[in-house]
Design a protein around this ligand. Sequence first.
Ligand code: ZN
Length: 370
Amino acid sequence: MTTGFFWDEKCFWHAGGNYALTLPLGGFVQPLAAGGLPENPETKRRMKNLMEVSGIVDDLSMRHADPATWQDMARVHPETYLTAFKEMSDAGGGELGLRTPFAKGGFEIAALSAGLAKAALLAVLRGDLQNAYALSRPPGHHCLPDWPNGFCLLNNIAIAIESARAAGLAQRFAVVDWDVHHGNGTEAIFYDRGDVLTISLHQEANYPLDTGAITDRGRGAGEGCNLNVPLPSGVGHVGYLEAMERIVLPALAAFKPDVIIVACGFDAGIFDPIARQLCTAETFRLMTRQVMQAADALCGGRLLLVHEGGYSEAYVPFCGHAVMEELSGSPHTVPDPMADTVAKRQPNARMNAVFSDMIGEMAAELGLAG
Ligand code: ZN
């Protein structure tokens, strides 16, 4: 069966200005030549462009999708938030939360971004595609029901999950969030739910500064269905794969989902400007292989990756291409041009042993054999 790739040029037209990286302009903060938040279109558009140049697009089902409907969005976000967002968008744009600026029409672009994730999930669950990637932008995993933050205006994955549930296509959903930041929005939305497993691997105390503790395990029916894996700065290829192997995969096996959804950020990558982890294109390839094997074992291979963060314009395309090669098995491969360099810049064996001990302690604390 085929791998789907869901994208839309309009998603690259979402605009967030008046920032230099994550610093609001003003005072002593000079505008950058390139301008705006690190969440800029080029980190995504260049991934798609590389896929065109390599020819891998010929081996994928390249698709557009309708925007998420108001009803789709209202299953996750209160009408008061959606109305305020729509009105400000119609009036010329603005900002409703923390680091979430948008231009006129930003509401429609955010709805389209969620619509790509929704359509991709429905296609996988209907058996129309084996697996899929949604190049959603703006991203979604930080967005709470009524509070946009961290570049996220709607929670794309939550909207997709609730749409799939409403369509009667699945009952149990697992979200693996390997974006370098804590998936605080997805956690908040599903914190009381026993039918959605949320797992976040993140750099501790990056963003948000005060969420993502390992002790936050869910509440009520959701007790035990939220797993946070806060990794210290400097974890690289070996540590990420080990955390997947010893924590994420056992948790997925215990939960037995109907489908696995990855919040796929590339900001744990070694060249990311706003995080300090050391993952490489090969790390993302092998993490993709790990979740594919889990999906094969647990849920008929049903797997969706939804794009989140990742802010190295030069390097994200190679990480993304490696993921698409793995998902599709395409022979149109692109070697990582930085492979030798990034392999040499990994933590040394002594540091990896320290990280391994910490991962083992976290696995034990989370009640996994580890
Ligand atoms: Zn991120």
